[in-house]
Design a protein around this ligand. Sequence first.
Ligand SMILES: [Fe+2]
Length: 191
Amino acid sequence: MSASGAAVESDSVREFAGEVARAATLIQGGDIGSFRAALREPVRRIVARNDVLECGLPRPGNNVAESWYLYYDGLMSIVLFKVPMRPAVQPHDHGIWETLFVWRGEVRHTVYERVDDHLKEGYAELVERESALLRPGDFAVVAPPHDIHGFYALNEESYGITVSSGQYKPERLYFDIDARSYEVRKPRTLR
Ligand SMILES: [Fe+2]
């Protein structure tokens, strides 16, 4: 793991960040379909690389034990992380858009919608909106108001890459679907 200089050590990761930033103008206009289409080729090129584990900088993860910055420019962050098999990453919200794609392995990824009236503290009803088995190069986009997701790996050596832009909510909600409840957590990192 190289720790020299900034997180941006690779021209292709920097180029990828630029492509995502250009594509992100689409999601700001609410056009998730075009955003997804614009991401497809840049994601394919990153997934084709075998060296991304060597070019990240370790970071304290909010939801996972092992994660590394591949890129951070004060606004956009690109984070590589090992996806746990169990416990699963608990369904949580973000407050900003985020895309998650699989670099290696297989990930079961589910997007939820909160359908209660938000009036009762600690109470939440979620319904599943989309669930997919993601393999290398497959990706999911979560964006407000549908920015709740949960996921887990189907095999030990599964890695995901998330890209997000802007600040996450300072207080994030983590949901227990069966109990119809949530708890508030403050992330350890700003991203
Ligand atoms: Fe997330």
